[in-house]
Design a protein around this ligand. Sequence first.
Ligand code: AHM
Ligand code: MG
Length: 332
Amino acid sequence: ITENLALPVGTTLDRFIMRKQEDFPFATGELSQLLRDIALAAKIVNRAINHAGLTDIGGAYGKQNVQGEDQQKLDVVANIRFIRALRNGGEVCAIISEEDEEVIQTGNHKGKYIVAIDPLDGSSNIDVNVSIGTIFSVYRRLSDQGCEGTLEDCLQRGVQQVAAGYIIYGSSTMLVYTTGCGVNGFTYETSLGEFFLSHPNITIPTTGSIYSINEGSYNQFQPAIKQYVELCRERNYSARYIGSLVADFHRNMLKGGIYMYPSTTKAPNGKLRLLYEANALAFIVEQAGGKASNGSERIMELYPTDLHQRCPLYIGSTEMVEEVERLLASSE
Ligand code: AHM
Ligand code: MG
């Protein structure tokens, strides 16, 4: 057996971030450091996830988060790890997390950035060894440095994002991010403890043949969404729904497809959260050439009024999202 010399390939995440920073001679390097902080926390969370079946870490924590959902121990672990990494890094003044009702003040009053994060998305999949993810958005603070981050700093529109990304803890662990100049993906090489550039300049096909929606809720969908699902069935599209947003999104971005979490009769605003789920993925998909909509408006232009507000989400290949928008518009 000969060693596979093709692996791992060239560029580490650190080097890539450094090279990108050199393109901006006046950049201070704080955003670069912030991204490195997130990557470090991702490695620690990745280790915790890999040990989940072996330690007493899996299973319900016995508490509920602010959405009234059961918190898993790993949710809590991931939340602590990311907050700690961002606090220690010093670049972030305030954090919005799915796991915390209020804005988290890091104490870094000089920090220029705000981070919105879902530390561990798809947590119902933890105990059954199915892919889960972390989603994050980065904003520049609006208030002056030298004090705590304000609510206004946290309630910015998606178009104000300076960076966004996700980590998918899947068959391999990947970090995918954008700073507004395309999307790049890095695969984690566990034995070396490094992320390596594996998916440079990711682009999403303009159309595809995968649709991802929880069809179990079909009876609760609006007529236009039922109609779109019928069209997908007639066209023999593949139905693929992991129930982990990051994993469903990642697959569709690479292969072409649409992910939908529509409004339902039980949840008129859908389930997903604007600030730390929809906006980040919307920024990424647009940078990859795709589209993200709430059915009638661009996700990134929605005005947030609440830290944990929800919105319907149609995201993926441009032509597929536009077809859903047309069906919704003509059914009004
Ligand atoms: P979570 O943030 O509590 O994990 O919920 C978000 C998850 C998404 O990852 C996934 O796409 C969706 O909820 C699945 O919801 P449902 O079971 O209603 O289809
Ligand atoms: Mg979530």
